[in-house]
Design a protein around this ligand. Structure first.
Ligand SMILES: Cc1cc2nc3c(=O)[nH]c(=O)nc-3n(C[C@H](O)[C@H](O)[C@H](O)COP(=O)(O)OP(=O)(O)OC[C@H]3O[C@@H](n4cnc5c(N)ncnc54)[C@H](O)[C@@H]3O)c2cc1C
Ligand code: FES
Length: 265
């Protein structure tokens, strides 16, 4: 796809909406698009806003998984099958997996959306995948069957209502002690990713992380999504552990819609 096509807003009919958990809905959209796992599209609701979402399905139709957070996602949740929205993209740099044989994938909450297609592509390439997925509670568990089909899935809940009780980084420590991995992939709340990055450093393991920043243009023009010297929309959202170990802002700051620098909590 060339840059003109990528930047064109395409009208997409909502073909199917599924309520996956109390806070997450998936939307299947009637546009055809190919993308590397980890790349994202901008979703436009006219007179509301335009926001980034990773793709959980590509091909003749695409799909996104949306967690209800604020104004935009609330409006998206009010739409019905048959409604239309705008899509442009795909944008950004996705995950890479050349030469790996055994990997660990770590997902926190809705971060699993960026990793589900990756796990499927890894399985197609005959890579063995240990997949650690952390959720707040049982009712928020997402994509269980889909990931079990392609990976050794280990579910963790903070309240112990399903799977192992705890947090991803503690369980990951055990996995790293018992296994030799070629690479790790991670997406989730940034403070969780910081802990995972530290473990990767300790175990000398190369990793890739999908990072989130507030985005506006998604094409490297507005500077809204900066992380140190990088623009997350263009140079990311997937960054290597080597890059993030050098970052002074990862896990510490992000920029709000108005450009204010605020601490990540
Ligand atoms: C590359 C990329 C891919 C994404 N993929 C998905 C996805 O697949 N599914 C999904 O549900 N969400 C995804 N997101 C996040 C999604 O774009 C936001 O959930 C959406 O912008 C929230 O919009 P809102 O208006 O509903 O909430 P807002 O009102 O914008 O935000 C709600 C709350 O979240 C905080 N917040 C918003 N954006 C950020 C940010 N960038 N960093 C830190 N805090 C923030 C706000 O401070 C506020 O408290 C992705 C984000 C990026 C950058
Ligand atoms: S969102 Fe505008 S430069 Fe990244």
């Amino acid at each position: 796809m060339n840059e003109f096509e990528r930047s064109r807003v395409r009208e997409a009919r909502i073909l199917k909406i599924e309520q996956e958990t109390p806070t997450v809905k998936t939307f299947e959209l009637g546009v055809s698009l190919d993308a590397v796992p980890g790349q994202f599209v901008m979703v436009w609701l006219p007179r509301v806003a335009e926001k980034p979402f990773t793709l959980i399905k590509t091909g003749n139709t695409i799909a996104i998984a949306v967690k209800k957070r604020g104004g935009f996602t609330e409006k998206l949740f009010q739409l019905n099958e048959g409604s239309y929205l705008g899509i442009r993209g795909p944008y950004g740099k996705g995950f890479s997996w050349g030469g790996v044989k055994k990997v660990c994938v770590v997902a926190g909450g809705i971060g699993i959306a960026a990793l589900v297609r990756l796990a499927e592509e890894l399985a197609k390439s005959k890579v063995s995948v240990d997949f650690i997925a952390g959720f707040r509670t049982k009712s928020e568990v997402l994509f269980k069957e889909r990931i079990e089909n392609v990976a050794n899935l280990h579910i963790i809940t903070e309240d112990g209502s399903f799977g192992t009780k705890g947090i991803c980084s503690d369980v990951l420590m055990d996995f790293l002690k018992k296994n030799e991995y070629d690479k790790l992939y991670c997406c989730g709340p940034e403070l969780m990713m910081v802990k995972v990055l530290k473990l990767c450093k300790k175990f000398n393991l190369k990793a890739e992380f999908a990072v989130e920043r507030y985005m506006k243009c998604a094409v490297g023009l507005c500077g809204q999504c900066c992380l140190d010297e990088w623009l997350v929309c263009r140079d990311g959202p997937v960054f290597s552990s080597e890059q993030l170990l050098k970052s002074k802002e990862f896990g510490k700051f992000y920029y709000t819609k108005s450009g204010k620098k605020v601490a990540i909590q």
